[in-house]
Write a protein that binds this ligand. Structure first.
Ligand code: ATP
Ligand code: MG
Length: 356
């Protein structure tokens, strides 16, 4: 029997509610399969921990996480703790400390969920967005001079490295190659930005040579938003910079019907350290404790985690169960249903148990 060590960090708001739902589904999958089990350790890091200890996690937090096979993360953010503390105190140190350079965001329209695009249903929109997660526009370089004076200047410097761009490009081509359509769209803004973005285009063309069976094209990010809305069927795998993919994946989530079902994996493809899986949504304090948080994004990211652990069949089984439950209309209020978190979780676990 294989044992996977999972570090659960439920953190803030609805984080504990959706992680609890996700762990129930994982348990049902392990029981159904019989060939693997989970050894879950839960860490109480987050905003409450910060209020007691002055830090979001202990100084040796990433050291403590190292021995795990994967990290299952809820959400961070609290009304009474500044955003820069919650974000820079927990999520980002893990992403950066473990060099989880590929942020992978699958998006598709689940059965029973309505896209705001007329005439677009499940099958018309099935994308994976690969976001560069370690450098670019969010590398934190820049500064300000003459604060408050008329001559004040603020700079925000994007840093792209050949190593950073090549590795994310290779990851994206490989992912595109593994999907049935073998189709990749590389997004930049190389008409207006003449250095880093042109380097992206050049490196894409170089890496493409290693993947002759992948069909690929280039899009400018502005035109890309139009294509996503008007021709969703023409896209499959998408790779973009930290900033561009951040924006495009919010659009993708909305076009697929709801941000509340969107998952994300922060992946270290070289497997030097554990990767981290989480729903895209935040801590949602407006619905915390009401038992109505949508667990679908967390189920989906649990499925990504299973795939990463090499349990592809269990990952697929979980998504089939989720689709079946959505199709049956067992949904939380945010996507038009009347079910509670536990109703949806029970239905998904039931579907797992009854699956072939
Ligand atoms: P953050 O800054 O952490 O991203 P936010 O307030 O910007 O937080 P969310 O916490 O994601 O964003 O909440 C945005 C809205 O979406 C809220 O009204 C919240 O209730 C709703 N929402 C988010 N996630 C879910 C979920 N899983 N189920 C139901 N509603 C959700
Ligand atoms: Mg937000």
């Amino acid at each position: 029997m294989k044992t996977y060590k999972i570090a659960a960090i439920p953190a803030d708001g609805i984080g504990p509610e959706v992680i609890d739902a996700g762990l129930q589904a994982l348990e049902a999958l392990a029981t159904r399969d019989g060939s693997f089990q989970f050894d879950v350790e839960t860490f109480d890091w987050g905003s409450d921990y910060y209020k007691k200890h002055g830090v979001m996690m202990p100084d040796d937090g990433t050291e403590q996480l190292k021995p795990f096979n994967a990290i299952f993360f809820g959400a961070v953010g609290a009304p009474d703790v500044p955003d820069h503390i919650t974000l820079w105190g927990l999520r980002l140190p893990i992403c950066q400390g473990f060099d989880q350079y590929a942020n992978v965001r699958p998006t598709k329209i689940l059965p029973g969920i309505t896209s705001p695009l007329t005439g677009v249903g499940p099958g018309d929109l099935d994308w994976v967005i690969v976001r560069e997660n370690s450098e670019g526009e969010y590398s934190g370089n820049g500064g300000r001079t003459h604060r408050g004076l008329p001559e004040e200047v603020g700079t925000e410097v994007s840093i792209f490295t050949r190593t950073g761009v090549t590795r994310i490009m290779r990851y994206a081509f490989k992912l595109a190659q593994s999907r049935p359509r073998k189709l990749l769209t590389v997004v930049t803004k190389s008409n207006a930005q003449r250095y880093g973005m042109v380097m992206w285009d050049e490196i894409a063309a170089e890496v493409a040579q290693e993947f002759p069976d992948v069909t690929w094209d280039k899009m400018l990010v502005d035109a890309m938003t139009v294509r996503m809305a008007l021709k969703p069927q023409s896209l499959d795998t998408i790779v973009a910079t930290n900033l561009h993919a951040d924006i495009l994946s919010d659009l993708a989530g909305a076009l697929a019907g709801s941000l509340g079902v969107a998952p994300t994996g922060n992946i270290d493809p070289e497997r030097r350290s554990p990767s981290m899986f989480e729903p895209i949504h935040g801590s949602a304090f407006d619905i915390t404790g009401k038992g109505i948080a949508n667990p679908v994004a967390t189920f989906w990211t649990a499925s990504q985690m299973l795939e990463h652990l090499g349990e592809e069949a269990a990952g697929a089984r979980l998504m089939e169960a989720v689709e079946k439950v959505c199709e049956a209309g067992i949904m939380t209020p945010d996507i038009g249903g009347t079910a509670t978190t536990q109703d949806v979780t029970d239905a998904v676990c039931e579907a797992i148990r009854g699956s072939n």
